[in-house]
Design a protein around this ligand. Structure first.
Ligand code: PSU
Ligand code: MN
Length: 305
């Protein structure tokens, strides 16, 4: 046992020992990103898709003060239903653990635990970033800082335009995080395949992404990368419609004085209501798409070592 506060699921531990591919998954998306019961269905399906690709899923969360790397179905169900779940990034771990509470890890929290466990590949929906108006609010997600510090590749569908995508790219550049477009030169914006912004580099196969990771980490260039994987065409939303919904949600959050770590969950649920649920369907499909790509990258990476 590498740390007295961490429980690694036996299947995950075995895979890690044998250098077999493992994909980390976050839990904020379950507890604070989607409503019940769609959240459980999504979480279970994602794990199955990763297994079908030949990798081992490891959903990460805190239960009763224990960091769990790999959850049982019962634990996923509990996390999806419970109301007393903290949203956990770096600053929240010590409190939630020492007080024996439940916590759902964000991209930053999950990346941190993945690093502790030795998991290199992590699939999610979207990452946090620099919020619009950050020049006044200083609201910049811990996700960016954490990804720049841990040796973990994050596979996502880009970032939502609830964020300032231009500033988010600048921040990542400062931190030395490369943004790789999977089969695209344009940064996808979560619900849509286009954003008007360019990625740093386009790569077209999981093998090439695994080779990039190998080169980066073999050279001792610490930190993660972002793989931006566009939402599949049949589920991508109309830009005008989704951007109107986002504008409206951002405006309402401002009027209501929503702040800090409540901003992102508030915006997500508002956007879902405004689009009458169609944003939720898109959100779920893009997570599946990212999980499959992440598993393929993990398999390629494992074969390189
Ligand atoms: N984007 C989504 N769904 C989510 C999140 C982001 O489309 O559930 C979650 C992720 O866990 C991400 C977190 O790490 O929100 C970022 O929150 P904040 O902006 O407070 O850093
Ligand atoms: Mn924030």
């Amino acid at each position: 046992m590498m740390n007295q506060y961490i429980d690694i699921h036996p299947e995950v531990e075995k895979a890690l020992k044998e250098n077999r591919p493992v994909v980390a998954l976050e839990s904020t998306i379950i507890s604070h990103g989607m409503p019940y019961p769609q959240n459980v269905e999504m979480a279970v399906n994602v794990e199955n898709l990763i297994k079908e690709e030949g990798a081992v899923p490891a959903t990460i969360a805190i239960l009763g003060g224990r960091i769990k790397v790999g959850l049982t179905h019962y634990e996923i169900e509990h996390l999806a239903k419970a109301k007393d779940v903290y949203k956990v990034g770096k600053r929240d771990f010590a409190y939630v653990i020492s007080q024996k509470r439940n916590g759902a890890t964000t991209v930053s929290g999950t990346a941190l635990v993945a690093e502790m466990a030795g998991i290199k590949i992590f699939a999610t929906g979207g990452i946090g970033g620099v919020h619009r108006g950050a020049e006044n609010t200083f609201d910049i997600s811990r996700d960016l800082e954490e990804v720049s510090q841990v040796n973990v590749a994050v596979i996502c569908a880009g970032a939502k335009s609830i964020l300032d995508l231009g500033l988010t790219l600048e921040y990542l550049e400062t931190k030395g995080v490369e943004v790789i477009g999977y089969q695209t030169q344009e940064l996808p914006a979560f619900y849509t395949r286009e954003s008007g912004f360019q990625v740093n580099y386009q790569l077209n196969t999981p093998q090439e992404i695994a080779q990039l990771l190998h080169a980066k980490w073999s050279l001792g260039l610490t930190g993660g990368i972002i793989v931006a994987n566009p939402i599949p065409k049949p589920y991508s939303m109309d830009s005008t419609q989704i951007n109107l919904a986002i504008e409206q949600a951002v405006e309402e959050a401002k009027l209501k004085g929503i702040k800090g770590n409540e901003v992102t969950p508030y915006l997500l649920s508002k956007i879902k209501n405004i689009t009458e649920g169609s944003s939720l369907e898109s959100n779920i499909e893009l997570v599946y798409n990212n999980a499959k790509l992440a598993a393929k990258i993990a398999c390629s990476y494992a074969s390189l070592k």
